[in-house]
Write a protein that binds this ligand. Structure first.
Ligand SMILES: NC(=O)c1ccc[n+]([C@@H]2O[C@H](COP(=O)([O-])OP(=O)(O)OC[C@H]3O[C@@H](n4cnc5c(N)ncnc54)[C@H](OP(=O)(O)O)[C@@H]3O)[C@@H](O)[C@H]2O)c1
Length: 208
């Protein structure tokens, strides 16, 4: 599959490694331009190419958005229309600036991204685990213990696509419900940064 990654920092860079290792073609972008990602792409291997955000979004059949939540308004919407967009974002007001709707839990950061990308299918995933653990724990999974990744989204087909990608990189996808339910796996919740198995996640989320 072709995957675009918009935001190639700690999390986006880790996902670029995981997805390319799983056999996908990956275009990576940041805010400073492709030249600043050439070294990274060379280090990770042939399946990774540097791009602008616009190009990465156009390239991907699935697009990962992994930028600070305060930057969502800067992202190119047109090339993500009709696509599955994975949102790894977490709202940190000290970094992102205060948003009254988020502060008072009237909405969630993923729903804000969905508003900015009205024709995309936003799925929240890969947001609960520290990037170093994300890079390692999939490979450490065993039949006895597989780490879980909560997933929320409104589009069932888009979610299924994300479930498949999560499985391919060694984790267990855990359906947390609709996009608004992303509030149950955001900072401050009992599953956030908790490194749980799929069964433990289901138990804390109260999902079947
Ligand atoms: N760190 C973690 O362990 C962790 C775990 C789970 C979820 N998260 C969440 O995932 C998101 C990314 O976190 P991170 O730690 O990977 O952040 P990071 O290391 O600071 O990386 C952010 C990336 O976003 C890029 N970016 C910023 N504005 C952009 C724009 N307008 N267009 C394109 N790219 C842009 C940055 O590019 P430049 O460097 O060129 O500016 C950088 O590549 C955040 O919402 C974070 O809260 C983080």
């Amino acid at each position: 599959m072709r995957i675009g990654i918009v935001g190639t920092g700690h999390v986006g860079g880790t996902l670029a490694r995981l997805f390319s290792r799983a056999g996908h073609e990956v275009a990576v972008a940041n805010s400073r331009g492709p030249d600043t990602l050439r070294g990274f792409a060379e280090e990770v291997g042939d399946r990774v190419r540097p791009a602008t955000a616009e190009e990465a979004a156009r390239f991907g059949e699935v697009v990962v958005v992994s930028v600070p939540v305060g930057r969502y308004g800067q992202l190119p919407a047109a090339p993500m229309a009709g696509k599955t967009v994975i949102d790894t974002g977490n709202y940190y007001p000290e970094r992102d600036g205060n948003d009254p709707d988020l502060d008072q839990d009237r909405t969630t950061s993923s729903e804000l991204l969905q508003q900015h990308l009205p024709e995309a299918s936003v799925v929240k995933a890969f947001n609960t685990m520290r990037w170093e653990h994300l890079g390692e724990y999939g490979r450490q999974s065993s039949a006895q213990r597989r780490y879980g990744i909560p997933v929320s989204g409104d589009d069932v087909d888009a979610k299924r696509r994300v479930f498949d990608l999560i499985e391919q990189v060694g984790f267990e996808p855990v359906d947390a419900g609709r996009l608004a339910e992303g509030r149950r796996h955001q900072p401050g919740t009992p599953v956030y940064l908790a490194d749980l198995s799929g069964a433990e996640l289901h138990s804390r989320l109260g999902t079947p």
